[in-house]
Design a binder for this molecule. Structure first.
Ligand code: G6P
Length: 608
């Protein structure tokens, strides 16, 4: 979703901002813009060319001189007001001397706008953001101090925001603030940078300051001062960034999804190695761990599916009752939480607002909260009592792949450790489970390289418009994830369904032309799956069966049978996810679609 990049004190700030916005494209956006301070003048350029907007912005800026050292840039994902140049950020005040960019939603924008219009302000967009630039314009009349004006504006706003402003009257600075939405600051000796998340500043700085909620940060060349709404200087925690910039580059791959699927063995190997060394990045006290009597996992999208797989391990190996919630729903039930409840927020970005808010809610209710994230220093890691970071490297493609697998192995490693700590998993069993996870990368390599079977399926079925993915037990999250991948990038109607629920409704939709993808995992659920496969076959569905290499029962049942790589039970769902990634990718490509930035979707979802 929306991205922010600000630069103070760098010759050629415009190019730094354009490069940074290019890097932020992966979050998902539809328009872009930049405001520069140059020789006492404010210069603004905006474009609204969908996912080409940053390239269009670069073209539109081609003739500009590069002397400005201060500027702010933005990628917008439309919420209030359609995709248009008028609605693109930055927005400017009535005097064209002040510019504002914003991530998040101002919930009381209607009331604020009515007041401002009554005072004579002229609005030029339909956005909620524009109220802020006019509010700042009014507040600046008080004392001309941009930082103080920002501080006076904050209590007037309801909702979530990361906001940054530049003013022609203050040519050497950016002033910014946040509530809920993330905002980070990085510095070198001579330059200060502002970003909407840690990856925005990757490659420019090796640590960031995390700005607290309802605080104002003033950036000048090489400096940043964080103050509260009363102007009192506050400390901002410093978080180091240890990402390798190379990981964000496409290299020899056609697109990021192909690259990230291919990186899965390494993502799992690196995560297992790191987390075997040290389970937590920020540890939990041993007595807190020993007292845990209930676990609640929360997440969204693919992270929710990873949490579903992890839940099985937590119950089986640690013998702790584990619940799971869609993060956006968690706050709407009165979950029974206490200090002995462990709430685990699972999120590759560590910024998804629904998961972040669920974690905050859990902390307010006294639970112990852990973040599973791929981004060091992400908001969730700061909100949690402890963090378990995955080591998958930056994931750029909107459809998650390598981070999902890394999340599962982290949850499995947590389950093993909790089982040992509680004395319910003996040392030999724990060692065997850890050894399985260490051999997983080699099995994943085989699965990842085995592209051809699903390519054949995709070429035969690319035009099918209705798909069902069926699974049982650990096969259910695999089925749900397979359906999500397909709908995200190929736009086919795809539904993931517990195979046992088929007969309670979905089977009414099964008819010739419908594709059913059945996930058969080894174990007791397999026999029940055969029955469900027979039921849909009898109704004329085209059947794609994903099954273990030695499952001979399925041979005569499917139109297509795709084999999974042999493994232990814990690894089986992970290995079964890979062919479904191949399927989604191949269907999307056969339909001529670009996979990395599917329509309407965003990588980092910062609105509720
Ligand atoms: C978006 C992405 C999904 C992702 C979900 C949760 O919808 O498109 O790929 O699974 O957000 O994101 P998170 O960063 O919390 O894992």
């Amino acid at each position: 979703m929306c991205g922010i990049l600000g630069v103070v004190g760098e010759p050629g700030a415009l190019d730094t901002i354009l490069d940074g916005l290019k890097r932020l494209e992966y979050r998902g956006y539809d328009s872009a813009g930049v405001a520069l301070l140059d020789g006492g003048a404010l210069l603004r350029v905006r474009t609204a060319d969908g996912t080409r907007s940053v390239d269009a912005l670069r073209d539109a800026c081609a003739g500009l001189n590069r002397s400005a050292t201060v500027g702010i840039g933005h990628t917008r994902w439309a919420t209030h007001g359609g995709v248009s140049v008028a609605n693109a950020h930055p927005h400017v005040d009535c005097g064209d001397g002040l510019a504002v960019i914003h991530n998040g939603i101002i919930e009381n924008h209607d009331l604020l706008r009515a007041d401002l219009v009554a005072k004579g302000h002229v609005f030029t967009s339909s956005t909620d953001t524009e109220v802020m630039v006019h509010l700042l314009e009014d507040e600046l009349k008080c004392d001309g101090d941009l930082r103080a004006a920002m501080a006076r504006m904050l209590p007037q706003l309801r909702g979530a925001f990361a906001v940054a402003a530049v003013s022609a009257a203050h040519p050497d600075r950016i002033v910014a603030a946040r509530r809920v939405s993330p905002l980070v600051v990085g510095m070198t000796d001579t330059v200060a940078y502002l970003g909407s998340d840690v990856p925005a500043l990757m490659g420019r700085v090796d640590s960031v300051l995390a700005v607290d909620e309802d605080c104002v940060v003033e950036l000048t060349p090489g400096h940043a001062v964080v103050t509260d709404v009363h102007g009192v200087v506050v400390d901002a925690p410093v978080v180091s960034i240890d990402f390798d910039v190379e990981v964000a580059d496409l290299g020899r791959y056609a697109d990021f999804m192909t690259k990230e699927i291919d990186e899965q063995p390494a993502a799992v190997a690196d995560t297992v190695a790191e987390r075997l060394e040290n389970l937590f990045d920020q540890p939990l006290d041993a007595d807190v761990v020993a007292a845990i009597d209930k676990i609640v996992l929360v997440g969204c999208g693919s992270s929710y599916h990873a949490a579903m797989v992890g839940r099985v391990a937590l119950e089986s190996w640690a013998k702790i009752p584990a619940e799971i919630d869609i993060a956006s729903e968690f706050r709407y039930r009165d979950a029974i939480l206490s200090p002995t409840t462990l709430v685990i927020g699972v999120s590759q970005s560590g910024e998804t607002i629904d998961t972040l808010e669920a974690m905050k809610h859990a902390r307010r209710k006294g639970a112990t909260v852990v973040a599973v994230s791929n981004i060091p220093g992400a908001s969730m890691t700061r909100e949690a009592n402890a963090s378990l970071l995955t080591k998958a490297g930056l994931e750029v493609s909107v459809a998650s792949t390598k981070t999902v697998l890394a999340q599962v192995v982290v949850l499995q490693l947590l389950a093993i450790s909790l089982g040992e700590a509680r004395g319910v998993l003996d040392a030999a069993a724990a060692t065997a489970l850890r050894a399985d996870l260490q051999t997983l990368p080699a099995a994943l390599r085989i699965a990842v390289d085995d592209v051809a079977p699903m390519k054949d399926v995709a070429n035969a079925l690319a035009t099918a418009s209705s798909w069902f993915f069926l699974g049982r037990g650990s096969g259910l999250p695999v089925a749900l994830e397979g359906a999500l991948k397909l709908k995200e990038i190929s736009y086919a109607r795809a539904e993931g369904c517990p195979a046992g629920e088929l007969k309670h409704g979905p089977i009414a939709l099964i008819e010739p032309g419908v594709v059913v993808v059945a996930i058969v995992l080894p174990g007791p659920s397999a026999e029940k799956m055969y029955s469900n496969i027979a039921e849909v076959k009898a109704r004329g569905a085209t059947l794609v069966i994903v099954a273990p290499h030695d499952d001979h029962v399925v041979e005569g049942l499917g139109d297509f049978v795709v084999r999974t790589v042999p493994s232990g039970d814990a690894a089986a769902p992970l290995l079964a996810m890979v062919p479904l990634q191949h399927l989604a990718y191949a269907v999307a490509r056969a339909r001529g679609l670009e996979v990395d930035r599917p329509r309407n979707l965003a990588k980092t979802v910062t609105v509720e």
